[in-house]
Write a protein that binds this ligand. Structure first.
Ligand code: WT7
Length: 660
């Protein structure tokens, strides 16, 4: 826990927030999936009963008799004696139900190439890929690393791994060789699936060379025996004949016959790494039956999905949890038709997203506040050139959405009528936890509002006692939920220490929150040393340790400073080694930015780096990041009396101000 917790008490509702509410229209309510408000109290009376009922929407090869085993908290087991195959729940059963001709994926490549896969075709491809992976030795209990662009093969690869009862570890394609290698080693992956490259911002962004670099690190020895390479961008890649295989060549040997086997509900489905408060990313482990139950339930109810008429589009990359839960598993378990797009919103111009919505008739659109703000900046005249009248539900995720962006989103993208579901959740929660239900909840711009049926969330003070309405504190989840993180891969103790040590058997989310007079939840941001940049989590400690790995750096402190577009931005304060002669002061900033991007990935590149001669420290030597954040945000610096040297902050603020 950090020294920033105290500041939560002084938080007020976000700027611009008012008591305005937007009730669901009668027309929307009329057709909505959930319209009876008693769903909340019924589920609250019997949460396990509620989730057991939801689980019946899946196909179990062996039914479960026990819903939840919480005898050994915080290690939950959901539906543990049941068995199912996650992939066949997303594929075969839709085909068997006569929906094989329904489109599963409308793929749009950044250069404009397209591909459509029906449920029958996707099922066929996943079966072939499963046979190919079996031939490469992949079996139940293995881990497979996936380092891919946003293309259909990424979905196929994940589902093929899941179909075999193995677990995938998808690493976002923007991560560096070092970051990829650390994740491969931690999970002891035996296979890497990658592509030559993908398209981003009109150019090929290579991936395979980064895999080569990753596997060459630490003297070359790793757990990986094979690298399977999808041909996507046509860039030249080196090939190690003993290790590397082309997907398109291998796959020709395999047909589409593959009988899916059931695996225990608690069989690991995937590991996804996320930043914590230390330099080492946490391998968040998700399992099968409970995860699939909650992602499919929330995807159906929060987005009001009608699988045979809706066209759903979530813009998240599959490398993040939003892509896992609301591109792959939730939508496909529900038999939805969806769009996946490879590239960036500004390629070839800022009309790209809106042209895709128009082209495919997208009805449900799910994106992040940072993207909405970027589009706002460009101006409403761009989306106004497109027919967006198909849109009927809008979603937001990743950070609190500021009311101004909320109103713009509703008015300009949602024709002033589409409900906006502001969904709060985390990599650890696996699925949406707090969100309006669009047919029921009068919406409040800026608030995620209501815990989902069957989910018990509250706000507590430092002492663990619930706060009253109108008060702020820390967000906790009071009861286990089906899609919860099961542990940190290989580190049960860190799992306990991070989430459970603070409030006993209640889950501590790491977010500050406030309850308004109606008891609705307003999220106020992280209370630990985790930043949120464009809806992505970054650890201050991880960036600090990347900086001090540079030979010219003696010490560093990193803070997340408010940023108009990205929510927060990385701002670093760096002390150079006095002996160093390599870096001139002018070169230091660009060189160190590049260094961080190379070490961790481009998303971690600091917005600003200030070279300073001292950092503000308490008498016991603890860096006071809170003061640096004040300076980075151009505020009057707070109380400096506990500093060993009170003049340090003056020098730093002067330095920051001179650059503004
Ligand atoms: C953190 C989790 C869940 C997918 C994307 C991020 C922040 C997320 C909201 C929201 C306010 C939000 C929280 C949370 N967050 N959604 N609707 N309102 N804050 O997943 O990388 O695991 O980050 O994102 O601070 O703890 P993640």
């Amino acid at each position: 826990m950090s020294d920033q917790t105290g500041s939560i008490e002084s938080h007020h509702l976000p700027k611009g927030a008012t008591a305005e509410t937007y009730a669901p229209s009668p027309e929307f309510r009329e057709q909505a999936n959930v319209t009876d408000p008693s769903v909340y109290w019924k589920a609250a009376q019997d949460p396990e009963g509620y989730w057991a009922e939801q689980a019946q929407n899946l196909q179990w090869t062996k039914p479960f008799s026990e819903v939840l085993d919480w005898t050994n908290p915080p290690f939950a087991k959901w539906f543990q004696d049941g068995e199912l195959n996650v992939a066949s729940n997303c594929l075969d059963r839709h085909v068997a139900a006569g929906n094989g001709d329904r489109v599963a994926l409308h793929f749009e490549g950044e250069p404009g190439d397209t591909r459509t896969l029906t449920y029958a075709e996707l099922t066929h491809e996943v079966k072939r890929a499963a046979n190919m992976l079996t031939s490469l030795g992949v079996a139940e209990g293995d881990r497979v690393a996936i380092y891919m662009p946003m293309i259909p093969e990424t979905v196929i690869a994940m589902l093929a791994v899941a179909r075999l009862g193995a677990a995938h570890s998808v690493v976002f394609g923007g991560f560096s060789a070092e970051s990829l290698r650390a994740r491969i080693d931690d999970a002891e992956a035996r296979l890497v699936i990658t592509a030559d490259g993908g398209w981003r911002k009109g150019r090929v962004s290579a991936l395979k060379p980064t895999v080569d670099d990753a596997l060459a690190l630490n003297g070359g020895g790793s757990t990986v025996s094979r690298v399977l390479v999808v041909e996507r961008a046509g860039n030249d890649v080196a090939f190690d004949e003993d290790r590397d295989l082309w997907w398109h060549r291998e796959i020709t040997a395999f047909d589409g016959e593959h009988e899916a086997q059931g695996f225990p509900a608690e069989n690991p489905l995937f590991i996804l790494y996320t930043s914590g408060t230390t330099g080492k990313p946490k391998g968040i482990l998700h399992t099968s039956g409970g995860y699939l139950t909650q992602v499919s339930t929330t995807h159906r109810d929060v987005f009001d999905l009608k699988p045979d008429t809706d066209v759903y589009w979530c813009t998240a990359d599959i490398g993040w949890i939003t892509g896992h839960s609301y591109v792959v598993y939730g939508p496909l378990a529900n038999g939805a038709t969806q769009v996946i797009y490879e590239g960036t919103p500004e390629t070839p111009d800022w009309g790209r997203w809106w042209s895709i919505i128009q082209k495919y008739g997208v009805t449900i659109f799910y994106t992040a506040p940072t993207a909405i703000r970027a589009c706002m900046k460009v101006g409403r005249q761009v989306p106004e050139q497109y027919d967006l009248s198909s849109i009927r539900v809008l979603g937001s995720v990743g950070e609190p959405i500021n009311p101004e962006a909320w109103r713009w989103y509703r008015e300009v993208i949602g024709a002033g009528t589409a409900p906006i579901v502001d969904t709060w959740w985390q990599t650890e929660t696996g699925a949406i936890m707090i969100s309006p239900l669009p047919g029921l909840t009068p919406l409040k711009p800026g608030s995620a509002q209501v815990p989902q049926p069957g989910i018990s969330v509250t706000v507590v003070g430092e002492d663990g006692a619930p706060v009253e309405n109108g008060q702020g504190g820390l967000l906790v989840v009071q009861r286990p939920w089906p899609s919860m993180v099961r542990t940190i891969w290989g580190d049960d103790q860190r799992f306990i220490d991070t989430y459970w040590a603070k409030f006993g058997d209640r889950y501590f989310a790491g977010d500050g929150a406030r309850l308004d007079e109606d008891g609705d939840v307003w999220l106020l941001g992280r209370v630990d040393d985790v930043m949120n940049v464009s809806g992505h989590r970054l650890s201050t400690a991880e960036i600090e340790s990347a900086l001090v790995e540079h030979h010219a750096v003696a010490e560093s402190a990193v803070v997340g400073a408010d940023d108009e577009t990205t929510g927060q931005a990385v701002v670093a304060f760096v002390i150079l080694k006095s002996q160093q002669s390599i870096l001139s002061l002018d070169d230091a900033e660009p060189e160190l930015k590049k260094h961080v991007a190379a070490q961790i990935g481009a998303i971690a590149r600091p917005r600003q780096i200030f070279i300073v001669s001292e950092l503000p420290k308490t008498r016991s030597g603890k860096i006071m990041r809170r003061l640096l954040k004040d300076a980075a945000e151009g505020r009057e610096v707070g109380d400096t009396t506990t500093l060993a040297d009170t003049s340090v902050m003056q020098t730093i603020s002067d330095r920051v101000r001179s650059e503004r």
